[in-house]
Design a protein around this ligand. Sequence first.
Ligand SMILES: *[C@@H]1O[C@H](CO)[C@@H](O)[C@H](O)[C@H]1NC(C)=O
Ligand SMILES: *[C@@H]1O[C@H](CO)[C@@H](O)[C@H](O)[C@H]1NC(C)=O
Ligand SMILES: *[C@@H]1O[C@H](CO)[C@@H](O)[C@H](O)[C@H]1NC(C)=O
Ligand SMILES: *[C@@H]1O[C@H](CO)[C@@H](O)[C@H](O)[C@H]1NC(C)=O
Ligand SMILES: *[C@@H]1O[C@H](CO)[C@@H](O)[C@H](O)[C@H]1NC(C)=O
Length: 479
Amino acid sequence: MGTKHRKNLSHRHKVALFLGDLWILVVLLTHTPPAEGRPQAAQNNGTSSSVPRFGAHEYAYVSSWPILDRTLGSVTAVAIDGAGNVVIFHRGSHVWSLETFDQKDVYQDAAGGPIANHTVLKFTHDTGSLLQEWGANLFYMPHGLTIDHEQNYWLTDVALHQVFKFDLNHSTTEPVLTLGTRFEPGNDMYHYCKPTAVAVLKSGEFFVADGYCNGRIVKYSPEGVPILAWGRNSFVLTRTFDLGPGPVPVNFFAVPHALTVVPDRDLLCVADREQGRVQCFHTGNATFHSQYSSPEMGSRLFSVKYISSDGGLLYTINGPELNLVFNSVVPVGGFILEMDSGKVVGRFQPNNPRHAFSNPHELAVLDDGSEVYVAELNPQMVHKFRLVSAPRPSATTPRPTVARNEGENTSKDHYYAGGQPGMSSALTAGSIGIFSIVSTLIVTSLLVILMARVICVRSGQGASRTDEMPLRNMAVDEG
Ligand SMILES: *[C@@H]1O[C@H](CO)[C@@H](O)[C@H](O)[C@H]1NC(C)=O
Ligand SMILES: *[C@@H]1O[C@H](CO)[C@@H](O)[C@H](O)[C@H]1NC(C)=O
Ligand SMILES: *[C@@H]1O[C@H](CO)[C@@H](O)[C@H](O)[C@H]1NC(C)=O
Ligand SMILES: *[C@@H]1O[C@H](CO)[C@@H](O)[C@H](O)[C@H]1NC(C)=O
Ligand SMILES: *[C@@H]1O[C@H](CO)[C@@H](O)[C@H](O)[C@H]1NC(C)=O
């Protein structure tokens, strides 16, 4: 066992390191300055070049938020409490890597203990000052954070396979409700497998997205008694059955990754991550209601949040494309969709290399849409955006040209860099053309090498599945 295990490990390690490099490359590629002209053309449909892009939903980047005298771990979640403070959940020194889980989704470093740093930090939304921190020595691999209307905190931990409800008036160390079985993955009433997120209705009933391996949503009574469960895991790398050709049907999830409640329509919307779509369901009976996707958003969608402004808007963030050889042009960014029409009516994205999106994981929006926060896994940080134009229905509203001093040096940070959009997009498009050819060649050759290695590992040791792990984990990773 000992030597074979070591051998496997070192093989996995090599592939892991290699994949790590590949991933960095992937990030770099998908991370090239977004082709400014593309989304614009797609959105305006060539109707009129003088029509401002998303004039009604324009956000400025606010740098230097929050104020913190130390570094964060991977920030996996951000939420806004009832007082308008911004709360984040981060992983401290823990990192979700290829070695974090075994093939059966069991966490491998329980002996290493929980994260010693405080994992939950609360900041004022305006100044970004730290107000409160807690959550040390409780969590192993933080994922989701939701604050309900009673100010209960709901947190999920993918290593523990558990969901916790904290009433901070009661305790910041003892949850008032714990669901799932500590460190035991499973798929029944007492077990989750890497649960991702929670959403709570005004009635106190709540939903758990479960998660990376089960692809189901479970609805509970306020006391935590299961009422309903639905959804099947269609994630191509972990499902155990064949799906027919064509679009994946509704009610299938490839990592239900984030949740949002649409109270005025009695809907629960789910970010169906690896299928690049949002699926919405009636909260009462779990019946499918509608879904949202867009070529602009690409094939990976990490989160969705609803606000009631402008007749109902869904804010989403996508992630770096995995199939970049064929599709490297979808920039990583935030999108605003009109719920009624399904149209993308806005975008937010720090258009600045110092702050650009890389692996955004979760977002939070103030109720009136005036501010948006995005949690990043890596670089480990939180992005803040401020609305610079009041939401207006008219598409012909002139683009605001106010000096938007939301912090130091902010003019650089706007997604809509002022000045000559045509010129800069021509430049960007040109360099992207050459760059993507070169990078496609590099990536293709790397993939060939990778395939060769995987095949070698496979034939070399005859063990059927160890070689699949890194690939599988890589895709399931980052979350
Ligand atoms: C955009 O253009 C396509 C084809 O050019 C057309 O089918 C579609 O209706 C247009 N959409 C809008 C919103 O104008
Ligand atoms: C964890 O806590 C230590 C001690 O307070 C601090 O030095 C370090 O920066 C913290 N690390 C993170 C990731 O919060
Ligand atoms: C905690 O106390 C505050 C202030 O009394 C209250 O607004 C809040 O709802 C309480 N939280 C919970 C979870 O009951
Ligand atoms: C589920 O609930 C919605 C809203 O109440 C209703 O319109 C729909 O018909 C219900 N579907 C089923 C199958 O009961
Ligand atoms: C603002 O930009 C100037 C010049 O680009 C730079 O010298 C300065 O350090 C920046 N200020 C901050 C706070 O980043």
